[in-house]
Ligand binder design. Structure first.
Ligand SMILES: [Ca+2]
Ligand SMILES: [Ca+2]
Ligand SMILES: [Ca+2]
Length: 651
């Protein structure tokens, strides 16, 4: 079994400490009704802060009575957002209160509050520390200067080694690198979309370095605060100077260079929306095409240095993202795997976060979806189930693979894991002369925590999560172009069913440079629906069927699925393919149709749309001067991979 050093997912745990006034006594003595209302109290724990949820919005008089009786004070847990009052009420956010008292809470007090009829939940609001072993690997072997861009859609110099965007099977990244083991985004960028500045993705994490040269242009900005006065809450949202987001931990400006900061948020942000085609650094999933058309990153900072967030803080950050316009939240953290094993247990343990996530999912912040999309990492404990909150059945939880297109040794898998994405697997060996860390994910980092460098490698399901958040952002951008609307639920279904099945690769063992091996059998059919695929997702959103083809093979593709059993009775007039399609697929011969099958010989991994023309009822199209059949024109997408996925086609 691999150890987990060098992993970067924040793991939330409660602190245990000895205290004579143990909560254990409460749990043991209280009636089951009262116990059922007490969320996440562990035995032997000092409780410094608690949250209370009432069954309806309490009157001032009632609160004062409880305060006086118990020598405590209440304050609303959430800041109310005027335009969202109804939604806040619907999801119960106006019924959560933070309770303060002098010193730790006595167990009897917690029990007394839980016994109040109007109280539906008392949640422990103790600190949630994250694991501190999130290493960064500064970029070393790669020239971060302008190079040759042959075959590259963007001029970002490092794109050629970003296997997560396009995996060419380059052995200087990993000896076992697998061509096509990527997110299949190149043809989306060149032919469909690279993003849309009206779409905001909130990164709930440490602080994002908003001055980073490869991020600055794609930062969300709160214009009222940007043009306002320092120290003044110019837009009246309850947060002072929240220009690029907010630092909920320190209640102030976003930070990224404290001694214990890791650069984690800046790295995740760069995967989603580092500026594309700007001639520097890296490319990102949804960072535009160089025309100021990338999606925007909002930084919701809940980790700071060695400070740990409370459940309330993480819930507040999620609500802020919902209220300030985020369409997607990318959350690379979770409760330690195995600590929660059902949706109900999560809602019981972490009621305030569950309510905030529900509220986010019900918040409509773009013209095309009726709610928000929450994406979480599945966890880095190599456990056979996802961490919560990502494991919630309606939330997208992301597992990780390496450049060998196989599960990474650290990834969680199994129930609750919905889809897989590149997360890196740094222990894979490159061929000699290759960069030792190149099997990780290359992205932006604050130079302050990265030996003076602006870029570097990290690995983890933390890195896999923002890939899916970025692909989701491209999906919203595409729906906007199409003028299509959709429910968020349908959108998520299409996203997870556009994945590539890579189970056929999962057998035997994989090897690492230190000689250790990973048995792959446990991962079979456990990596969600497969690997996220940006092109297939775009085709699903458009309703264009996909024909999967293999690179370097002369092959016949059956059209009967797309034209029905009539495919053999149609008279085919031909195939229309643009010069771009010829280029993307490396077509050196013209595709044609015979006996209801498409003949094609692709020499490159790529994706393109072609149009098949046919006549129904006759051998020629009818018209003013001739009797004939109906013209049939069907757009289909050809997706060429080095392997043939079985479920990647039209479902
Ligand atoms: Ca403000
Ligand atoms: Ca201000
Ligand atoms: Ca760039």
């Amino acid at each position: 079994m691999k150890n987990l050093s060098g992993l970067f997912l924040f793991t939330l745990l409660f602190v245990f400490s000895s205290c004579s006034d143990s909560i254990e006594g409460v749990v043991a003595d209280a009636s089951s009704d009262i116990k059922g209302k007490m969320l996440f109290f562990e035995s032997g724990q000092t409780v410094n802060s608690i949250l209370v949820k009432f069954n309806s919005v309490p009157s001032e008089a009632f609160l004062v009575e409880l305060e006086t009786e118990n020598k405590i004070s209440f304050k609303p847990a959430f800041k109310s957002f005027p335009a969202k009052k109804q939604l806040e009420h619907q999801y119960g956010l106006d019924r959560w209160y933070q309770v303060d008292c002098d010193g730790p809470f006595e167990s009897r007090l917690v029990e007394r509050l839980a016994a109040v009829q109007e109280v539906t939940a008392v949640q422990n609001n103790s600190l949630l520390p994250h694991a501190t072993d999130h290493e960064v690997y500064p970029v070393s072997g790669i020239p971060m200067t302008k190079g040759e861009y042959v075959g590259q859609p963007f001029n970002d110099p490092s794109l050629s080694v970003q296997w997560n965007m396009r995996n060419t099977g380059n052995t200087s990244i990993a000896k076992t690198a697998y061509k096509g083991g990527d997110i299949n985004v190149f043809d989306v960028w060149t032919g469909i979309t690279g993003g849309d500045p009206s779409i905001v993705v909130a990164v709930i994490d440490e602080g994002v370095k908003y001055t980073h040269p490869d991020l600055r242009q794609n930062m969300w900005t709160n214009t009222a605060e940007l043009n306002g006065q320092a120290g003044v809450d110019d837009d009246g949202n309850g947060y002072v100077d929240d220009i690029y987001g907010y630092n909920f931990m320190d209640e102030g400006e976003i930070t990224w260079a404290k001694p214990d900061d890791s650069g984690h948020a800046t790295h995740c942000a760069g995967i989603i929306a580092a500026v594309n085609n700007n001639g520097i650094g890296v490319s990102s999933v949804a960072g535009g095409t160089g025309k100021n058309d990338g999606v925007k990153i909002m930084s919701c900072q809940v980790f700071s240095g060695d400070k740990k967030p409370t459940p309330m803080l993480s819930a507040e950050a999620i609500k802020y993202a919902a209220d300030m316009g985020a369409s997607i939240i990318s959350c690379s953290f979770g409760y330690r795997g195995g600590s929660i094993l059902s949706d109900k247990a999560f809602r019981n343990a972490a009621g305030i976060q569950a309510d905030a996530i529900d509220y986010f999912e019900a918040s409509k912040n773009n013209d095309v979806l009726d709610g928000g999309i929450a994406v979480f990492s599945s966890g880095n404990e190599a456990l056979p189930y996802a961490e919560y909150p990502g494991a919630l059945h309606e939330i997208i939880s992301v597992s990780a693979f390496g450049p060998d297109y196989l599960p990474a040794y650290y990834t969680n898998y199994g129930p609750g894991c919905n889809i897989a994405a590149p997360g890196g697997d740094i222990l894979l060996a490159p061929s000699s002369g290759g960069d030792l860390y190149a099997s990780g994910i290359l992205s932006t980092l604050p130079s302050e925590v990265n030996k003076g460098k602006d870029y570097g490698y990290m690995q983890g399901t933390s890195m896999a999560c923002p890939h899916v958040a970025g692909v989701a952002a491209l999906g919203i951008a595409r729906l906007k172009q199409l003028g299509k609307t959709m429910t968020a639920k349908k959108f998520k279904e299409l996203l997870v069913t556009s994945a590539n099945d890579f189970d056929s690769r999962i057998n035997g063992k994989k090897s690492y440079y230190d000689g250790s091996t990973l048995d792959l059998a446990p991962y079979l059919h456990k990596m969600g629906t497969g690997s996220v695929d940006a092109w297939l997702f775009m085709m699903k959103l458009e309703g264009v069927p996909c024909l999967m083809a293999r690179e370097g093979e002369n092959q016949w593709l059956d059209l009967s699925k797309y034209f029905g059993t009539s495919s053999v009775n149609l008279t085919y007039l031909g195939v229309e393919a643009s010069p771009e399609a010829y280029e993307s697929l490396g077509l050196q011969q013209d595709p044609y149709i015979k006996y209801g099958r498409l003949y094609i010989y692709p020499t490159k991994c790529g994706s393109a749309k072609i149009t098949i023309k046919a006549v129904g009822g006759g051998t020629a199209i009818g018209g003013d001067d001739a009797i004939g059949g109906m013209e049939i024109s069907q757009e289909v997408s050809i997706v060429v991979r080095s392997f043939k996925s079985t479920n990647g086609g039209w479902l």
